[in-house]
Write a protein that binds this ligand. Sequence first.
Ligand SMILES: [Zn+2]
Ligand SMILES: [Zn+2]
Length: 847
Amino acid sequence: MAMLGSVLHLSPMVLTITSSTSRSFLPKQSERTKEATSSSLKNCKTIDELRMFHHSLTKLGDVSVTTITKLVARSCELGTRESLSFAKEVFDYSEANVELNGSCFVYNSLIRGYASAGLCKDAILLFLRMMNSGISPDKYTFPFGLSACAKSRANRNGIQIHGLIVKLDYAKDLFVQNSLVHFYAECGELDCARKVFDKMSERNVVSWTSMICGYARRDLAKDAVDLFFQMMRDENVTPNSVTMVCVISACAKLEDLEMGDKVYAFIRSSGIEVNDFMISALVDMYMKCNANDIAKRLFDQYGVRNLDLCNAMASNYVRQGLTKEALGVLNVMMDSGIRPDRISMLSAISSCSQLRNILWGKSCHGYVLRNGLESWDNICNALIDMYMKCHRQDAAFRIFDQMSNKTVVTWNSIIAGYVENGEVDAAWETFNTMPEKNIVSWNTIISALVQESMFEEAIEVFISMQSQEGVNADGVTVMSIASACGHLGALDLAKWIYYYIEKNGIQLDVRLGTTLVDMFSRCGDPESAMSIFNSLTNRDVSAWTAAIRAMAMAGYAKRAMELFNEMIEQGLKPDGVVFVGALTACSHGGLVQQGKEIFNSMEKLHGVAPEDVHYGCMVDLLGRAGLLEEALQFIKDMPMEPNDVIWNSLLAGSRVQGNVEIAAYAAERIQVLAPERTGSYVLLSNVYASAGRWNDMAKVRLSMKEKGLRKPPGTSLIQIRGKTHEFTSGDESHPEMPQIEAMLDEITQAANHLGHVPHLRNVLMDVDEKEKIFMLSRHSEKLAMAYGLISSNKGTTLRIVKNLRVCSDCHSFAKFASKVYNREIVLRDNNRFHFIRQGKCSCGDYW
Ligand SMILES: [Zn+2]
Ligand SMILES: [Zn+2]
């Protein structure tokens, strides 16, 4: 019966046989029999042999405590689930029937066996049972018990065992202390681990390694490396390969190449044998530090016939976006006869999805199916991601539907896939129906909304995320939200986001910092933008660009130029984008000579060829300075065909200078290049109007009408106590419209009194003068201004964001309003900022 190998069938047999023989129990055995027993037990290599042995024992009537103990110990040593339950049955039965009062040794065997096999709950139960039967644990029991607690994260039980250790006075035993350090380190209680560690009077390599590995695994990589060097300095302990793997992985987490090199140099000089685990860790570390060449050398040197090493190599290539190289590693593996496992396949599938290569992706899917890897959730998730990215939603959903265990990662792959394919509605629907969301789900949907310019919706989602338990925003979330705030020009919200980042300890790296500089600059708060920029370490060109742009937008041209020069002095290589910032600053600040110098230095000094946009900046600069002829000549000398944006810059300059000829010429060019560009008609008609050429103006209007062109409606946003109010020109739907109208009348009267004359040429409609005055008075920025004045406290700055260029009437109106009501008005249009104080604007009436 025992040969059937079923534990269930065995129990009654053990029961019958031993009970029938227990009466013939012989207290004394000859020494000879004992020896025979021990040696034949040692020869038992399988559970069946153990059962045969047990069977023969009971036949012989040998059920002595010693023999039973040895049998239990041997069964535990085999370490299979079957041998362990056999051991426990023999033990349970004997304890009940043979008056075998379990000894400490037999418990130790059982607890160790169960803990090693990962049956930690049973091991802990055995420990408790031992306590209850009044048997005192010894220095071997504690480590086995603590190891079970560590593996099953049974923190409470472990702490109780610690108490017992102190009570029974084992706290000075090195072996026991090491187990405590290991237990606390594994459970993430590093302070407790360190307390035990610091109190130890003697420490060996195990003590140090437990502590170092504890730090390395818990994002305390710096502490891990520090402790390692302390160990090398202070104590005469030689690290082993486990220590080294932990230290190397800590260097990888720190992405500290210098430290990693130091550790590798130590390994080579210390004579520690370099094993496969260490090589994999080293390769991983060098790749995390972007030293791919060293990693590749190690990979080639130590042979490619190592699965872990290949996997480390491939997954790092994927992380770096070097997908072809990753697939190359897979090919090398196949060629040298190593079978890719699921970790290799994850790299392969993710490479295919990054490459959008459905053909290779399908062949990976085939390999997965042939090798039975489809039961792994993360493999299915990767396949879903791959099919979604390759626009094969049908295939993705076939896998999705078959998955019995859909995790949050699975759902996230679906959402990300929808977003990738531009189906934001479907992503939103899936997001709302998914059973459980994590930070990745929230980040995906928030960034999708921001990309779709649905800024307010993105912020709403972010706010509702705050009420979700256990979901905390990270750097990715706040980056999206900061960008949304910048677009909305919502300063209160921007300040709140910044406060949120500080309060939640979100790391302000250079990317997030740059986003915040940009956000504050777009919200018209250049001071905050600069204070964040000043706090950034490791500024890159993008960070400098954001700061220069912030200064340029706010009209601080000189400061912008100082920043630009500082950046060059610090040895950073300028790119095309930063030149746009610098030239814009010159243009807004009227720094003609400096602008020309910068433009000329682009190619000569910095090797950056000027593009359309840079030429546009120069035209703007010259036009603003009244050098229209020079600007026109500049356009004619361009090495490429000037586009409509460049002509529009010339047209804008002509409007300010009142140069009808050049304006008409520029407008003509624009109408050829970009006939849908309504702004140019408006500008041209303004030029004709100011020159009193009403016939030409009428022609412009007519040609607009014929082409079916309409100015897009102007909309203005204003933030009042954290809420965004949107006004569209002529729209009277705001609930407080009567009060807004009354306020508008009041401002208009005051402004007229001070000499404001409505700029009727801004109205491109065939209506009478009265109607024109009315239409002008309902421009969106005026509605927003009036609403701001009635709904905010005296003295507060009004911040308005307009979608189009602000018209000259609203600009003049705002200047009067700022004077009459003693308010600062910050008006952002699609071109620049207007900081309006006491009847004057920072733009100097040029925009
Ligand atoms: Zn207006
Ligand atoms: Zn202005």
